[in-house]
Design a protein around this ligand. Structure first.
Ligand code: PAF
Length: 275
């Protein structure tokens, strides 16, 4: 497996490859990322993973500086999973001049976007740049970042980008906690509490499946229950899978999304349900 750091090296390494499968990441890889690499491997083309902690998608006071950078360990995991090439540029390589052209996605100010202004502009902009550099045939994104997955698909569709977006199911620890690089920030006590967010999403899904259509009531009950257990909740929201707009009675394919803080760690999760 090759590890390269510049766009010029990437261009040489890829040559005329037209069947590349791409897994963009910010590194500090866990089994969720590795599952995406294995999924990419199944496409039969060469597999490229990128590792880049993108400053454009972090707000002031967020964890850009302390985000774990673990290139050597990541490279080992990627090599084991059969990745062919790792692209790990630095900030100057990705942004050699101020990034004055930026993608302004829709829905960027709801759900996570309401609490992380500019985040999805930063995500879509860097992903568009990476697509231009890697020119993948397929790209894999974890569905744990559901809003991101939704917006990337919309961007690809609306800009007619020649790449197919595939979603990877969320990989969970045995107690249900969704794997995330940010889980490493949790204290021992917080880690024990952390599956509580997914428990609430599951409870809501069970109620929806049983015919409950009091969406606001279900959201409020979950927020209250988490708050009582010591969480600071950003949102719990029942949306439609197709539009990511708030669900209304009669909608069938739903997704319940949540974001909440345990101490200084912000966790997100979601669960799809069809009723
Ligand atoms: O999901 C992530 O790790 C990042 O948002 C991504 C897609 C690699 C863009 O920086």
């Amino acid at each position: 497996m090759q590890i390269i750091h510049t766009v010029a090296e990437l261009k040489t390494a890829l040559g005329n490859a037209s069947q590349t499968a791409f897994v963009p990441t910010m590194g500090n890889l866990h089994d969720g990322h590795i599952a995406l690499v294995r999924q990419a491997k199944n496409t039969g083309g060469p597999v490229v993973a990128s590792i880049f902690v993108n400053p454009l998608q972090f707000g002031l006071g967020e964890d850009f500086e302390r985000y774990p950078r673990t290139l050597a360990a990541d490279a080992e995991k990627l090599a084991d999973a059969g990745c062919d090439l790792v692209f790990a540029p630095d900030v100057a390589e990705m942004y050699p001049e101020p990034q004055t052209f930026q993608v302004q996605p829709p829905l960027a100010d709801v759900l996570c976007g309401a609490f992380r202004p500019g985040h999805f502009t930063g995500v879509c902009t860097v992903v568009l740049k990476l697509f231009g550099m890697v020119r993948p045939r397929q790209a894999m994104f974890g569905k744990k970042d559901y809003q991101q997955w939704y917006l990337i698909r919309a961007m690809v569709r609306q800009f007619n980008l020649p790449v197919e977006i595939l979603g990877g199911e969320t990989i969970r620890a045995v107690d249900g906690l969704a794997l995330s690089s940010r889980n490493a920030y949790l204290s021992e006590q917080e880690r024990k509490q952390a599956p509580g967010l997914y428990d609430e999403l599951k409870r809501i899904c069970a109620a929806l499946a049983a015919g409950d259509e009091d969406f606001a009531g279900l959201e409020i009950a979950a927020i209250n229950s988490l708050t009582k257990a010591g969480w600071r909740v950003d949102y719990i929201s029942i949306r439609t899978q197709a539009t990511l707009m708030p669900a209304t009675p009669g909608d069938r394919h739903l997704v319940v999304l949540g974001a909440a803080w345990l101490g200084k760690t912000r966790l997100i999760d979601n669960r799809e349900v069809s009723i």
